[in-house]
Design a protein around this ligand. Structure first.
Ligand code: HEC
Ligand SMILES: [Cu+2]
Length: 486
């Protein structure tokens, strides 16, 4: 009954309006796209949606990579707008769907939409800075497109589609080269060793960068300090860390940090939800030694992590760790691209695949080839190496293994205060967890870092440890055959 009254009311309004204008409904619709407002090309509209990253949260028909599930499905944005204006609970000034949609983008604080796919919508998730980051034209292009949905979706089979008739421009060229986001596995701080506890300042900056994911394929990574993994932080037990988290002004999203080494709600996340262009800070005392993962903890957290926002903090025990010849820093993660593994061009993220735990890529240090062709681990025979290995995930546990080596010591679950396991082939590292492994190198050659769930190697997950030195035929001897893949 309520529904009927609403429809009836809307029909009455429309009739009155049309009578006043003295026009048919069809003439009215044509005015919308051809005369009164400028018509934007498909390329312009798509570019505006891409710039706003609207598709990471919303499903928008006809728009590439717009299959997010955090915000309402915008297929019926005009109808939802109509409802919001007349249902109350809306504190903005819009009286028409066009104005409401525009206000949703430029000032989202005035409303809370009711229906998000994962349940009731959460206020304040919609980025509040579009008024600054999108031009007037970009906002208009978006509003005009949403206002014409669902009938005028790009690609919709609709002969009278006036919007697509105007789209003669070619779609924007997909970039195939992005910035290098791979952190060198040898890039980590020197040991803390034997010193008194002190306060250590940690500066991190959240950024969103177009990075190289694989040959011919780029991805919009979200990072701490532009590399994956994020910088390794190295302190000792009893230290106080003073974390300063900046969010780059060019970011679309808010970002934050949760360090598993921190004792206190959110591990820092409750004090660091940081808007683009702003900085937050907090201090925390390191009570427990260990090797800990840190990551962004802004909803949807799994999305921020899979986009690259993870790193590790090492809290050395009293007196430091036993010395070794070389240390390395390696982390594993999954990437959920819109296109299939290997597809060329720029890839957006795919929230449905993320929620289904169905990644296209598995990577060490952020990209395909990061630790093989680009920045392999290198060492010499006779040396003892230590790998700080962590899993950002967000979803998959690693069966960490080095093909051709045996871990002499595994600090299981990255517990540095228990005695290590000895002589281990493969060790389990959960998502949001870590391990510290050590082994001596006796035989030269190329060793492969893998997750022994080896299908993942076919999706990008492999690293090299290249060992130079004299042969040791007592330990390993024979004639090499072809085709081993090592
Ligand atoms: C980080 C996720 C996120 C991004 C990015 C995002 N939105 Fe939203 N949006 C939301 C959520 C969540 C809501 C509903 C709750 C709220 O914020 O009050 C919403 C609400 C809306 C609404 C109102 C829907 C209704 O019920 O009438 C519109 C329109 C909208 N967004 C458009 C956009 C456009 C256009 C962009 C890109 C320029 C965008 N959004 C980017 C999460 C997002
Ligand atoms: Cu983040």
């Amino acid at each position: 009954m309520k529904q009927f009254l609403k429809l009836f009311g809307a029909a009455l309004l429309l009739t009155a309006f049309l009578a006043a204008c003295g026009k048919t409904q069809q003439a009215q619709e044509q005015d919308q796209t051809s005369a009164s407002a400028p018509a934007y090309s498909e390329a312009e509209v798509s570019a505006a949606f891409t710039k706003g990253a609207c598709g990471t949260c919303h499903t928008i028909p006809g728009i590439q990579n717009a299959n997010g599930m955090i915000g309402p499905n915008l297929t019926d944005a005009p109808a939802m707008a109509e409802e919001a204006i007349h249902e109350g609970g809306y504190s903005g000034s819009a009286t028409t769907p066009v104005d409401f949609i525009k206000e949703s983008i430029t000032n989202p604080s005035v409303f809370v939409a009711s229906k998000c796919p994962m349940g009731p919508c959460t206020a304040g998730v919609m980025p509040a800075n579009f008024a600054d980051t999108l031009s007037k034209d970009e906002v208009s292009a978006i509003v005009q497109y949403l206002e014409g949905l669902p009938a005028n979706a790009f690609g919709a089979n609709n002969a009278s589609d006036t919007t697509s008739n105007t789209s003669s421009a070619a779609p924007a060229q997909n970039p195939t080269t992005g910035v290098d986001i791979v952190r060198d596995p040898a890039d980590l701080p020197a040991p803390v060793g034997n010193r008194e506890p002190q306060t250590v300042r940690v500066d991190l900056e959240a950024t969103e960068v177009e990075g190289q994911l694989a040959d011919g394929t780029t991805y919009t990574y979200w990072t701490f300090n532009n590399q994956i993994p994020a910088p390794m932080i190295r302190v000792r037990v009893g230290d106080t860390i003073e974390v300063h988290l900046k969010n780059n002004i060019s970011s679309i999203m808010n970002h934050s940090i949760d360090l598993h080494a921190v004792t206190g709600p959110g591990g820092g996340a409750v004090m660091t939800q940081t808007k683009p262009g702003e900085e937050t800070t907090f201090t925390a005392k390191m009570l427990n030694p260990g090797l800990y993962v840190y990551h962004c903890a802004t909803p949807m957290i799994a999305q921020h992590i899979s986009n690259g926002m993870y790193g590790m903090i090492l809290v050395e025990p009293e007196g430091g760790l036993p010395p070794v010849d070389r240390e390395f820093y390696v982390m594993q993660g999954e990437i959920y691209t819109s296109g299939a593994f290997g597809e060329q061009g720029h890839q957006g993220g795919d929230t449905t695949k993320l929620l289904n735990e169905d990644p296209e890529y598995f990577v060490f240090n952020g990209a395909v080839g990061a630790l093989t062709s680009q920045k392999p681990l290198t060492a010499k025979t006779g040396e003892t190496v230590r790998i700080f290995f962590g899993v950002g995930g967000p979803n998959f546990t690693s069966s960490f293994h080095v093909i051709g080596e045996i871990f002499d010591r595994v600090y299981d679950q990255a517990s540095l205060t228990s005695s290590p396991l000895t002589d281990v082939q493969t060790t389990l590292v959960p998502s949001g967890g870590a391990t510290m492994v050590e082994f001596k190198l006796d035989v030269p050659g190329r060793y492969l870092l893998v997750d022994h769930a080896l299908a993942r190697a076919e999706r990008g997950l492999a690293g090299y440890l290249i060992v130079e030195g004299p042969e040791n035929h007592e330990i390993y001897n024979g004639t090499e055959t072809s085709g081993s893949g090592h």
